[in-house]
Design a protein around this ligand. Structure first.
Ligand SMILES: Nc1ncnc2c1ncn2[C@@H]1O[C@H](COP(=O)(O)OP(=O)(O)OP(=O)(O)O)[C@@H](O)[C@H]1O
Ligand SMILES: [Zn+2]
Length: 736
């Protein structure tokens, strides 16, 4: 339970995350780039990426070396990790700018017209060929260069195939077509490149929501507008009504309704006052607020969301790995077929060698798996972005794809089904009525001291309530003397409570399990506990060496959307189970309220892990939803770990989880499953379509009636359609 927004954030790439290792340069190292995504940024961003990420950046390219777009055209497949630095430059060398592509297209068109209308004769013919050659040179030099490099390494990249196809077509007298094919191919690559880039950087638009300047209080007490980047931690910043919050902070003065949609995806306004966290990018609607800055520019929750999504895009989704493997086989297979056609058709089918060669060249162009290969990353990246915008931070394509297989969801109780902010509703000394007034006060003091040392929600509830009592009572003057250091040998007992010595006396504050283990339980005590448990309250006991001295009952409230969320999961055919460290009767009461049929209580962290493994065995793929340190092992073990990311969650849980629910809204679990199913549908629509087009052209080529530029246009058309279909996911809205 940390209290500042920045300290309880999943540190992308920190130990134990599902993210790939964080590259050394954090977001903050690129502040100038971070906000300029409105103009043509292909270059900046790709370079940005190339040195920030160890893996190929969501590059769709198959190991076989498809040259297909995505700002990368990695003809040097396996060289990615090794020579990141220089392939960035080489990629862009392969693709000329739009001006040159346009000029090449115009020249190719001219060559085509020349071919049709120019009078016969060697001079005219030669001039036409020169036009075509110019078009090819303008657009295709980079392709030739990387194609040759691939050939030299005995790798059959699409660039090599294109170079061969275009040269071959030119040589067999199809020079206008050769020119058109090269120009169209390069144009298509550029378009895909841009689309992929836009999809990948759509998440960056979130960053623009945090203003670049802040009204900071100077040493003279006056507020002055300064660049947000120069605001130090701890500074006071004022946010006018209607303005956006520039940095993360804690409110020090004022009350207002705040729209936190960029962070939580929740456009419902949150009422906030002193002590509450504010997130950069949120809109302050009604009142003026002052806040103490808790995270510098580049380190805000918003920055971290964007960074986490970008990291997620780097990791390859399973479908993508499958397509990559497929593409690696597809290209050489088509190549073999092309050679077979060129050699076999004249011998076996009596085709003219020119026709056979031509159709073989068509097959070479078709060997490009572009549409197939771009279909997956565009779709996955769009889905991850849409999810982030709705407060679902998915840390990798694998989790996105896995969610649709979920058969069961295990939920933690405290902080997940409930708000995790219990309050003390009753306390009494034990045995009942035996304590004098002084003993009563001393007991409260001891419990307060122990509880105050712990971050556990139960302890905090006890400490808060007893503190308030102590502050107003006659005991006020004794409180300062027994300060926190009055507790010696303080230890947390996970799943049980805490222990420590006060005035040399060993004391424990914990649950019934702890007291039973110490042999200090009794039927009377357990009966008293059962009464509270029936009402969903958790009971904590204070005990010394001689026995139980007091009993504290805390109650937590069910999250508003919990019953609806559980119903949604059940409607999806997903079994829900509560796994809690709290005692069983209490857990059962809360589970009943939420509509969950199965409840397990009194679980230690390792028991939670075992319970989860048992669910995986019995029910199939199981997710865990949790918020606490005691949930971390189960979150890691689960097929998908969901962490509550809003108020009160522990950084540990968020680091371990593969999905963080920024809004603490349990309905997002069902939403994630829905998005996963939707993504899966789009992925396979795309794959089927891209393959269908290839099969169609295959047939046409074998029938001898495909033309080169039809093949290129079809490849381009298929790529564009597939990209458009994938981008549709950016508009996904969840179930509401
Ligand atoms: N620091 C503590 N102070 C007081 N009680 C504690 C403390 N730690 C654990 N307990 C007791 O042990 C029980 C189990 O704790 P644990 O942290 O494993 O689960 P929890 O967070 O309360 O519940 P859940 O598993 O549903 O989140 C708590 O319900 C509480 O009664
Ligand atoms: Zn292609």
């Amino acid at each position: 339970m940390n209290s500042t927004p920045h300290s309880r954030w999943p540190l992308p790439g920190a130990q134990g995350t599902a993210l790939p290792p964080t590259p050394p340069a954090p977001l903050a190292a690129h502040p100038p780039h971070d906000h300029d995504h409105d103009h043509d940024h292909d270059h900046d961003h790709d370079h940005d990426h190339d040195h920030r990420t160890p893996a190929p950046v969501a590059s769709a390219c198959a190991p076989a070396g498809c040259g297909c777009s995505h700002g990368s055209s990695h003809s040097d497949g396996d060289g990615h990790g090794a020579d990141d630095g220089n392939h960035a430059g080489h990629d862009h060398g392969a693709l000329p700018g739009w001006a040159r592509v346009g000029a090449a297209l115009a020249l190719a068109l001219l060559a085509e017209l020349w071919h049709l209308f120019a009078p016969a004769g060697h001079t005219w013919q030669a001039a036409g060929m020169a036009l075509a050659a110019a078009a090819i040179a303008l657009s295709g030099l980079g392709i030739y260069r990387s194609g040759l490099r691939d050939l030299a390494r005995l790798r059959l990249g699409i660039h090599a195939l294109m170079a061969v196809a275009v040269t071959g077509a030119f040589l067999i007298g199809q020079w206008p077509e050769a020119a058109m094919v090269m120009a169209l191919y390069v144009a298509a690559e550029r378009i895909e490149d841009g689309a992929m880039d836009r999809a990948r950087h759509a998440i960056r638009q979130l960053l623009a929501l945090a203003p670049d300047s802040a009204d900071m209080q100077g040493s003279d007490g006056q507020f002055q507008r300064v660049p947000a980047r120069s605001v130090p931690l701890g500074a006071t910043v004022r946010i006018a009504p209607g303005a956006r919050v520039p940095l993360d902070g804690t409110i020090t003065r004022g009350h207002s309704a705040v729209n936190q949609a960029p962070i939580t995806g929740e456009s419902a306004l949150a009422d906030k006052g002193p002590g509450k966290p504010l997130y950069a990018g949120s809109i302050n609607t009604t009142g003026e607020l002052d806040m103490r800055v808790t995270s510098a520019a580049g380190q805000t929750t918003l920055d971290r969301i964007v960074h986490a999504v970008e990291q997620a895009q780097v990791s390859r989704a399973p479908t993508q790995r499958f397509i990559d493997r497929f593409a690696a086989l597809y290209t050489p297979t088509v190549l073999v077929l092309a050679v077979a056609l060129a050699v076999g058709a004249p011998l076996l089918l009596d085709w003219g060698w020119r026709d056979a060669l031509y159709q073989a060249l068509v097959l070479l162009v078709m060997a490009c798996p572009c549409a197939l290969v771009i279909a997956t990353p565009v779709t996955v990246v769009s889905a991850l972005t849409a999810a982030a915008r709705h407060g679902i931070l998915i840390k990798g394509g694998s989790a996105l794809e896995a969610a649709r297989h979920l058969r069961a969801v295990a939920l933690d109780k405290t902080g997940t089904l409930t708000h995790g902010q219990p309050t003390l509703v009753a306390w009494q000394t034990w045995p009942e009525g035996a304590a004098s007034a002084t003993q009563h006060t001393a007991t409260a003091q001891a419990a307060l001291l122990l509880a105050a040392r712990s971050d556990h929600p139960v302890s905090r509830a006890i400490a808060q309530a007893l503190q308030a009592g102590a502050g107003s009572a006659a005991a006020r003057h004794t409180a300062p003397t027994l300060s926190a250091d009055a507790v010696e040998h303080f230890t947390a007992l996970p799943g049980r409570g805490v222990q420590g010595h006060i005035n040399g006396q060993p004391l424990v504050l914990g649950n019934l399990r702890l007291v039973q283990e110490r042999g200090q339980s009794s039927p009377a005590l357990e009966a008293a506990l059962a009464q509270h448990a029936e009402q969903g309250r958790s009971v904590t006991l204070l005990a010394d060496a001689h026995g139980v001295r007091a009993l504290f009952a805390v109650a937590d409230t069910l999250r508003a959307h919990a019953p609806e969320a559980i119903a949604q999961l059940q409607a999806l055919g997903i079994t829900t189970v509560v796994l809690s460290g709290d005692n069983l009767a209490t857990v059962q009461a809360i589970a009943r309220e939420a509509g969950i049929l199965e409840a397990r209580g009194a679980l230690l962290p390792e028991d939670k892990l075992n319970a989860l493994a048992e669910m995986q065995q019995r029910l199939g793929a199981t997710a865990m939803v949790g918020d606490g340190i005691n949930d971390a092992p189960a979150l890691a073990r689960a097929d998908i770990g969901f962490a509550m990311g809003g108020n009160g969650s522990t950084g540990m849980a968020m680091e371990t989880a593969t999905v963080v629910l920024m809004s603490d809204d349990l309905r997002r679990v069902a939403d994630t499953v829905g998005l996963s199913r939707r993504t899966h549908r789009v992925l396979w629509q795309n794959i089927a379509f891209a393959l269908g087009v290839k099969v169609l052209f295959f047939g046409l080529a074998l029938a001898g009636s495909a033309t080169l530029w039809m093949a290129v246009l079809a490849d381009m058309g298929a790529s564009l359609l597939v990209v458009a279909n994938g981008l549709r996911l950016r508009r996904w809205r969840g179930q509401r």
